[in-house]
Design a binder for this molecule. Structure first.
Ligand SMILES: [Zn+2]
Length: 315
């Protein structure tokens, strides 16, 4: 285990917020989420070091599963019902459409896992020159089998020329990076001057953290090393040479069904009732659309469990 200084202000004064464990894979270990008393930045601290953390990325980890049939189905549905999709669009693709949907843009995804997102990009923007990187060897092999350029790396060094990439995507990855500054430095180097960094991260200011506490799905302890809100994310990115152009709060309550399932599993309810409740809350499509009005209120009040930031290089 290792103790870190604050990534936002550099301070070393931490206050424990709560202790929790890995509810995603139930791997043993108890971890502390702490808040910097100087600036409010939150982190898993102490945290497993780079070798220890590997135990918390098992083969069955969700992002390591490439499901091209599911991605194809989703994209087909979205093309068929563009209005419905626009209601829940997390704005991940907006910057692509704005920059140029039909140009040969160079697009890199860091922490691409098995490449579900890259595969979706290929379906949406077939002319783009896509490349992905991740530290999971098996995941990268799966992606290469699908004919998408990808390579294994620890994200500390990106083997691309200076100012060569139009867009760098980091979908739920920044909060996983042990060498955060090093990776962001590399992203800044490889991005063109007018390039965009598009990231999505969990939002610790979400109501879900206040309601579900240690069971909140967004915590994903200990793989999530940092627990951002808009203010601390903006500060950390600025410190590393990026300005936030826009911040979009996600219009979905789906994560809350995962948090509910965590709480139900750990509860003292009878096993038969637990089983029924888990079945209900796992029916995600229905849950997604039934809770849409609430999801809009959640986004409007900046209470969403996830947020997407579009960033440019600081001048
Ligand atoms: Zn701080």
């Amino acid at each position: 285990m290792e103790i870190i200084s604050c990534k936002a202000c550099g301070g070393d004064n931490w206050q424990s917020v709560l202790e929790t464990k890995d509810y995603l894979h139930n791997i043993p270990g108890l971890f502390t989420i702490a808040r910097c008393t100087d600036c409010g930045f939150m982190a898993t601290n102490p945290r497993p070091d780079e070798k220890e953390i590997m135990a918390y990325y098992p083969e069955e980890y969700g992002p390591y599963q490439l499901n091209t049939a599911r991605v194809e189905k989703v994209v087909a549905h979205q093309k068929k019902y563009p209005f419905l999709f626009s209601l829940v669009d997390p704005q991940i693709f907006r910057i692509g459409r704005e920059k140029c949907a039909n140009c040969e843009l160079r697009v890199l995804e860091i922490g691409c896992g098995a490449g579900n997102f890259l595969y979706e990009l290929r379906l949406r923007f077939p002319k783009w020159k896509l490349v992905g990187t991740d530290f999971s060897v098996r995941s990268i092999e799966k992606l290469q089998e699908k004919g998408i350029e990808a390579y294994v790396s620890d994200l500390k060094v990106l083997p691309h020329n200076d100012k060569s990439q139009d867009i760098v995507y980091g979908f739920m990855i920044v909060e996983h990076l042990h060498k955060l500054e090093q990776t962001l430095g590399e992203v800044k180097r490889v991005l063109k001057d007018d390039g965009k960094l598009v990231i999505a991260v969990p939002n610790i200011k979400s109501w879900q953290f206040r309601v579900f506490g240690k069971y909140a799905y967004i915590l994903h302890i200990p793989a999530h090393l940092y627990h951002f809100d808009e203010k601390t994310l903006t500060t950390v990115m600025k410190k590393n040479g990026f300005e936030v152009e826009s911040m979009t709060y996600h219009r979905t309550l789906q994560d809350s069904s995962f948090s509910l399932c965590n709480a139900i599993r750990e509860s003292q309810l009878p096993e038969s009732l637990k089983s029924i409740l888990l079945k209900i809350f796992r029916w995600r499509t229905a849950y997604h659309f039934l809770t849409l009005p609430l999801a809009y209120i959640q986004a409007w009040t900046k209470q969403s469990p996830g947020m997407t930031a579009v960033l440019r290089k600081s001048s």
